[in-house]
Each structure stands twice: as C-alpha cells, then as structure tokens.
Design a protein around this ligand. Sequence first.
Ligand SMILES: Cc1cc2nc3c(=O)[nH]c(=O)nc-3n(C[C@H](O)[C@H](O)[C@H](O)COP(=O)(O)OP(=O)(O)OC[C@H]3O[C@@H](n4cnc5c(N)ncnc54)[C@H](O)[C@@H]3O)c2cc1C
Length: 448
Amino acid sequence: MLDFTLTPEQLLLQKSAREFALKEILPLAWFYDEANEMPMHIINKASALGLMNGDMPKKYGGLGYGSIEGAIVTEEIAAACSGLATSVFINSLGYAPLVLSDNEVLKQKYLPKISKDNKRICYATSEPTMGSDVAGMMCQAKEDGDAYILNGIKYWITNGGIADYMTVFATVDPKLQHQGICAFLIERDWKGVSSGRHIPKYGQRASNTVGLHFKDVRVPKENVIAKPGEGFVLAMKAFARSRPMIGAFAVGVARSAMDYAIHYAKSRRAFGHHLQSYEAIQFKIAEMYQKVETSRLLVLKSAWETDHGIDPTLNASISKFYCTEAANEVANAALQIAGGYGYTKMYPFEKLLRDVRLLMIYEGTSEVQRIIVSGFALGVYQPIMPPIEDLPMLRSETGGKDFEKEMSGKTAWRCKMCGHIHYGNEPPDECPYCFFPGSAFKKVWPRA
Ligand SMILES: Cc1cc2nc3c(=O)[nH]c(=O)nc-3n(C[C@H](O)[C@H](O)[C@H](O)COP(=O)(O)OP(=O)(O)OC[C@H]3O[C@@H](n4cnc5c(N)ncnc54)[C@H](O)[C@@H]3O)c2cc1C
C-alpha cells in the first residue's frame, strides 16, 4: 500500500533533528564557515543525540534506523548548514562498505567503537588524479604474507583530518581496472598514515577536507573489507545507499533558501507594494516550492527502496542529480529575490549558494549520474510502447467517423523510413514520399 505519512517515531526524530539544527547548528554556521574550521563539539553533540550513525545495525550498537529516517535527519541538519551536515553524515558513508561486507570479525571489532565510543571514520576512493573514474585509481596494495602494503595518496577526503578510521579503496594493479580494486579498514595511528592540510574551499567550509598519504602502511589481512576484484562493486553499493542522502542535503538547502526568500518577499516593498504581490516573485516561489516537494519525493522513494531491499542504484542516481540541480536553482532564485542584500555576506543567501554547489560534484558528479541513468534507459529498460515502425497511425481515407467500419477488411502498411501509411492488400512498389522500395513497408493493420 502506498502511504506518504511519517510514523509517530519518524515525526519525533524529525522534531529532535530540527530542534538541534535550529538551536545548535544555525547560530554557529557563519562563524565556522568564516573560520574555515570544523566544530568538533557539534559533531560530538550530534553523535550523543543519536543524529549520527543512525543507520548502523543495532547488533553493532547502532540505532538501526532505515534510510528514510536518515533522509529525515539529513534534511533538517543540512537546512541549517550543509557543510556541517557533510561532516555529520560522512560516518555513515565511511562504515557503509564494512556493513555491506561479509567480514563479521571486522564488523564486531570496529562498528561498536564507532557507535559507542564516538570514533569517526572516513571514506576514501578519490585521488589527486581521479575522482569519477573510480576504476582508474592508483593507490596500490601489494600482498606481503599475512598483510598488504599500501602506498599512495587519497584526496578530497571528508573528515580525513579527524577520522580515527579510514575505509580506503586501493588496487593490486592499476592495469586491472575494476578487477584490481580492494578495500581496507585502516587506523589513523598506523605507521605510514598521514593527512594533509585542510583544503580551502568555495563552500561547505566548516567541513574538514584533506588529502591522505599512505607510505608503506602494513595492513593485516583481517582488515580487508573487500578482496581484490570485489572493491569496485562494494564502492558502488555504498554510493547507492548514500546518494539519496545527498538528495536529502539538497532538499534541506533548497527549503532554507525558499523559507528565507518567502520571509523577504513578504517584508520588502518595491513600487508601493510588498514583493510577494508581484506575479514574477509569486511564480519564483511556486517553482521553489515545487522543486522542494518533488525532490523530497524522489529522495524518499530511493530511501524506501533501500529499506525494502530493492536495489536503489537507479533512483539514487536520479534523486542525486535531480535534487542537487533543483537546489542550485532554488538557491540562485532565492538570492535574486533578495536583490543586492542577497549578494552580501550579511544575508544567508550567498552561503547557501556556495554550499549547495558542491552537491553536484561529490559522491558522483551530475554527469556521472546521467551516465548511470542513460545507461539504464538505453540498455536494461524495456519500453512499453511499440517500436515506431510498428505504430498503426491509421487515419480515415474518406473523412469517416466510424473506425471499425472504415478499417474492417483493410490492410495497412507503414514505410519504415518516412512513416507513410499505405492502405491496400500489398505494399506499394515505391513510397510516394521518400521513394524507398516496397520492401521498406511493414504491415501494421490488422492487429498482429
Ligand atoms: C569538498 C569535497 C569533499 C569530497 N569528499 C570526498 C570523500 O569523502 N571521499 C572521496 O573519496 N571523495 C571525496 N570527494 C571527491 C569527489 O567525489 C570528486 O571530486 C568527484 O567524484 C569528481 O571527481 P574529480 O573531482 O576528480 O573530477 P573528474 O573525475 O576529473 O571530472 C571532471 C569533470 O569531468 C566530468 N566527467 C568526467 N568523466 C566524464 C565522462 N565520462 N563523461 C562526461 N563528463 C565526465 C565530471 O563530471 C566533472 O565535471 C570530495 C570532493 C570535494 C570537492
């Protein structure tokens, strides 16, 4: 049964995430954006309130929330500051490969430390020379007895500077592409692991982003999350779970931009009236509202699929690129409604616009999502409608109005090239429009 209502528990979770976002995050958002710094105490508070690690299974000390609950929390936190939301959320992406793996010993060893001891974990696939092309990674793992020796660099790693643990994807041989990729759980304290300086960014400045360097790091085999050849699929499975959450980030940012624009349109006067009285402004607000609503539906659909064991890959991609692009449009339109003030640092719009830009880049760019969706639409998807060459686009030759009477006993042929319909027992020798021979005609009536 289709049901769009949130359960009482989900409403309660939404309320507590909203309160936390409005009271604890919103007042600090511009401060830490300016400081280019991640406030650890906020991350710790989010963790203590159960707003982090929510989707970790209960048997490892997590709350066992589903993706729908994850989307609810993420929308609220991102509405206050999507940079901080990125740092709160990244733990879930960091441990997703381990949760999805079948290494039970490793799960028992690390997941409770993350859920109960407030340990942080990051997720590292990207490198200085590759991001979208995950199979092209260079960071190398060489087998050495009961261990792998890891050498290479990961770049753009969210929370990489503060994580206790790292889920690191590497390859046993770059030439093997997908077949060579494996994944490991690595501890920050291990010899040879180091992190670079916080990378200065355009937006989401409160989120920690660094490079990681691995120099002859000895990784015991029990810390293998995915064996060589299994890492690529695991990375993609983790993305399929996390992309709906990026959609939820976008919903949060778009909702905030719309809320601020509504406040502004109701209070600002121009030409003797409030801005809200002008149709040009009303239509912008209507489109914002439409985009927030449609985005949320897409996020919830892909989250629902995850929670029901349905492969969410396709809808996760659709929601990722639809919601993030819609949120960019909403934030841009909201700034326009606020005019000159919108462009200043004294109003909230410019930060929203800077922050939202990243959503179209990380966790697979908009272009990568289009590659995934077009691959499905043009490959796996089976169109419902008949091929055009089979279309019986029948018309009356006499101006009659009774279809059955007119077509009874008639045969119709369609020219595969130009679409001309010929009525007669045989196809014509030649199409009178495109001059293709009779062999180009296909029988389209009577019904097969
Ligand atoms: C702030 C921030 C945080 C991040 N956090 C993490 C993290 O925690 N962990 C992690 O592993 N990574 C992280 N990333 C990396 C992020 O996932 C990559 O930046 C992203 O996947 C794009 O990779 P790239 O930057 O190397 O761009 P490239 O892959 O070099 O692509 C450049 C441009 O070309 C386009 N392009 C590439 N290939 C094609 C194609 N075949 N067809 C059409 N267009 C194409 C891309 O869409 C993009 O527009 C983060 C990035 C940023 C900026």
